[in-house]
Write a protein that binds this ligand. Structure first.
Ligand code: PMV
Ligand code: MG
Length: 330
């Protein structure tokens, strides 16, 4: 039996803009994990604690994402001269509480997890980049409308700067070329793990209001114009530079700026609760903003003072916002 795990992700900056090729986003890995246990068996048995039943490979709506990963991976494994055999896979650790999702990337995490589990079963050492490409392949094949930044971050399990590829081009290759050829192509993205020497508290505030990114994208996308893209890219690059050069003022200024760009992009992004999450940082040595598609889910904060971190957490609690994570960025 093999056991693997994958975490979640949250955007620091660059959300929505990252839907366009060549835009960059900073995305943070979140150490709340899903676990997959896999073992060879006489027949397939897939189970997830999201559902109260297991399936084999007979198509099932709830399990279609996991089943699709299995099919793509088996195609890939055959190309690696592996002989395919059935297995049991059990997935636990829903990224949720009281039946409400955190919104930290559970569908992306399930994809990466299933790929990792199968690689372990077949004794193959997959590099983060291979994990990312295989995961994106599955999601693009299914017509997912996301940027793939989530699976990049989850595959690398690190704070990353992700520069987006042309998904239309890759989707076109997927429809025309064998899996192996698609994977061998240069998709034109970059993933760079990011490090800072500053001591920064990274905090996640959960609004307890579920938001569906796919719907938010469809609502907001018409408002994404060249001006938004250019300004966001400038601020994301400024943030990246500030993190690398330990420039606290630069970090705060660029995060404030991307937050304002999101607020101006569409009124649905900053819900009342996300406004409160941000407002709670007022007067503290902290910058806070909505994360990802907004409309609920989580916001993030970077704090430069441990005392202020605690004050923020208290203020959040008073506003019904739960602090899911407090960790030191490094
Ligand atoms: O809400 P999240 O964490 O799923 O982030 C969505 C980020 C978007 O840029 C709006 C969409 C995407 O897939 O990049
Ligand atoms: Mg979200």
């Amino acid at each position: 039996m093999f056991k693997v795990k994958t975490g979640g992700k949250l955007y620091l900056a660059g959300e929505y803009a990252i839907l366009e090729p060549d835009q960059t986003a900073l995305i943070k890995n979140i150490p709340i994990y899903m676990t997959g246990e896999i073992a060879s068996a006489d027949r397939y048995q897939l189970s997830s604690d999201m559902f109260d039943y297991s399936v084999d490979m007979t198509p099932d709506d709830h399990y279609s994402l996991i089943q699709e990963v299995v099919m793509v991976m088996e195609e890939w494994l055959r190309g690696q001269d592996q002989s395919i055999h059935p297995f049991t896979l059990s997935i636990t650790g829903k990224l949720e509480k009281d039946g409400l999702k955190f919104g930290i990337g559970s569908s992306g995490s399930v994809v990466v997890l299933t790929i990792k589990a199968m690689a372990a079963l077949y004794d193959i050492d997959l590099k983060p980049d291979q994990l990312f490409k295989l995961s994106s392949y599955v999601l693009l094949k299914r017509g997912d409308n996301g940027s793939m930044g989530d699976v990049a971050c989850i595959a690398y399990d690190n704070l990353i700067a992700f520069t987006a590829f042309d998904r239309g081009q890759v989707a076109c290759w997927i429809s025309q070329l064998p899996l192996r050829d698609v994977l061998e192509k240069d998709w034109g993205y970059t993933v760079e793990p990011v490090h800072t020497d500053l001591v920064i508290d990274f905090l996640v505030g959960w609004t307890r209001q579920p938001s569906i990114s796919k719907n938010m994208i469809n609502l907001v996308k018409a408002n994404i114009d060249q001006d938004f893209l250019t300004q966001t890219q400038n601020q994301v690059q400024a943030l990246l530079f500030a993190l690398k050069t330990n420039d606290k003022a630069g970090i705060k200024a660029s995060l404030e700026a991307v937050s304002q760009l999101l607020e101006d992009l569409h009124p649905a992004i900053y819900t009342g609760s996300l406004q409160e999450l941000k407002l709670a940082s007022q007067g503290l040595d902290i910058v806070a903003k909505s994360s990802g598609s907004g409309g609920g889910d989580c916001g993030i904060a970077l704090s430069f003072s441990p005392q202020d971190s605690q004050l923020l957490i208290d203020r959040w609690a008073q506003a019904g916002i739960e602090c899911l994570i407090k960790e030191t960025l490094s």
